[in-house]
Write a new protein. Structure first.
Length: 365
């Protein structure tokens, strides 16, 4: 296969805990896909954004991290933090959340896709049932997670606490634009908006209003809206009916954890923090954290890391390679070989065994 012949510069940050164990498997599979599809991944590994780096340097990132990372096409990230060593407000706030803000990664994107061979905690599904396969698009920079607010009369009976939600025209329209375009590119072209305009009476009606306004630019996309409470119920009761779901920072956060939960183990779910303009690098990572409880046992499921690599290839435009990677994941998990799949999926496999099985499936595609 001739392939695109392109070279992509990827910053590789393994981080902490099982991030260090699943990263080699992700890279192994990415290399297989790039070899097969005729493009090059130029990888540069960094040791910052980890507890070890913090221990040596007293900070999570070097002073010139923005200039260091800006030239990369994407950041491939493992996991950060170990609450037994340092609190999350140092490790997480000092690294991932800095990236998210500085690199204006205003889209958080997660697939919700039930892979054959993976048991959903929902009722048993039969062969031939409609597929569970949709995207959750979360606004990643504003909304309910502002730090604007305050607390007065602390400790008295007149204690008063407030925190504001920020919704800007630019911030709202750009996340909706991304979600509409994503829906437009899919066969069903259905966009579901999460709202709560019957309870949150100023910002959420504004969100709804922008959805209606933006929908005029995408007449071929069908739009529906649900209040967040009933929407979570629909996620569980009829996940097969969704295509692309978009929500504010808080609602998107809730839905993007619920989605992967109904499609099996946290060990397989990936996530993208995306700057669609391309001005700054986007970041791809597994949903799971550093899992100190299993670190060192070499049983961490590498599929979340590998699937995050697959999302990175989609983002870079290497669609055929990305399709192969996803098919390879489906093929290996689908055959459900107990000697390959990791204990979180009920098997006896090890991180590297499962990684190598998927690598081989990619090469054999
Ligand atoms: P963080 O705060 O970084 O999200 P956490 O401890 O809250 O970390 P995880 O690190 O994601 O959350 O771990 C949650 C649970 O899921 C742990 O019991 C962990 O062992 C398990 N787990 C997480 N990732 C994997 C994986 N890749 N394979 C198997 N088990 C995993
Ligand atoms: Mg957690």
């Amino acid at each position: 296969m001739p392939g695109s012949g392109k070279t992509y510069k990827i910053a590789v940050i393994a981080g902490d805990g099982i991030g260090l164990e699943v990263m080699p498997e992700g890279l192994r599979c990415l290399q297989a896909a790039s070899k097969k599809h005729g493009f090059t991944l130029s990888l540069t590994e960094f040791d910052f954004a980890s507890c070890d780096y913090y221990e040596k340097n007293g900070k999570m990132l070097p002073d010139d991290w923005v200039e260091l990372l800006k030239p990369f096409d994407a950041i491939y990230f493992g996991a950060v933090g170990d609450p037994r060593r340092y609190p999350d407000h140092i490790t997480l706030w000092g690294s991932l959340l800095q990236f998210r803000r500085q690199f204006d990664q205003y889209v958080n994107l997660r697939p919700v896709r039930l892979i054959p061979g993976v048991q959903s905690p929902l009722a048993l599904r039969k062969p031939g049932d409609e597929k569970i396969d949709f995207w959750v698009v979360r606004e990643n920079t504003e909304g309910e997670y502002s730090e604007i607010g305050g607390r007065i009369f602390t400790g008295t009976s007149r204690e008063f606490v407030t925190q504001e939600t920020i919704m800007t025209r630019i911030g709202t329209d750009r996340i909706l634009d991304y979600a509409f375009k994503l829906a437009q590119g899919r066969p069903r072209k259905l966009l579901t908006s999460a709202t709560k305009s019957n309870g949150i009476s100023i910002t959420m009606p504004y969100w709804d209003e922008r959805v209606v306004e933006m929908s005029k630019k995408f007449p071929d996309v069908k739009v529906e809206k649900y209040h967040i409470d009933i929407l979570t119920a629909h996620f569980v009761a009829r996940p097969q009916s969704f295509d692309v779901v978009v929500g504010s920072n808080l609602f998107g956060d809730i839905l993007s954890d619920l989605g992967p939960a109904i499609t099996g183990t946290i060990g397989i779910a990936p996530s993208g923090n995306i700057n669609p303009t391309g001005e700054w690098p986007s970041l791809f990572e597994p949903v799971h954290g550093s899992a100190p409880d299993i670190y060192g046992k070499k049983i961490a499921n590498p599929v979340g890391m590998i699937w995050a690599g697959q999302m990175m290839l989609l983002h870079l435009g290497e669609t055929a390679a990305a399709e192969d990677m996803l098919s390879a994941i489906e093929q290996v998990l689908g055959r459900g070989d107990f000697s390959e799949i990791t204990p979180d999926m009920g098997g006896k496999g090890r991180t590297e065994i499962l990684g190598r099985a998927i690598e081989k499936a990619i090469l054999d595609m």
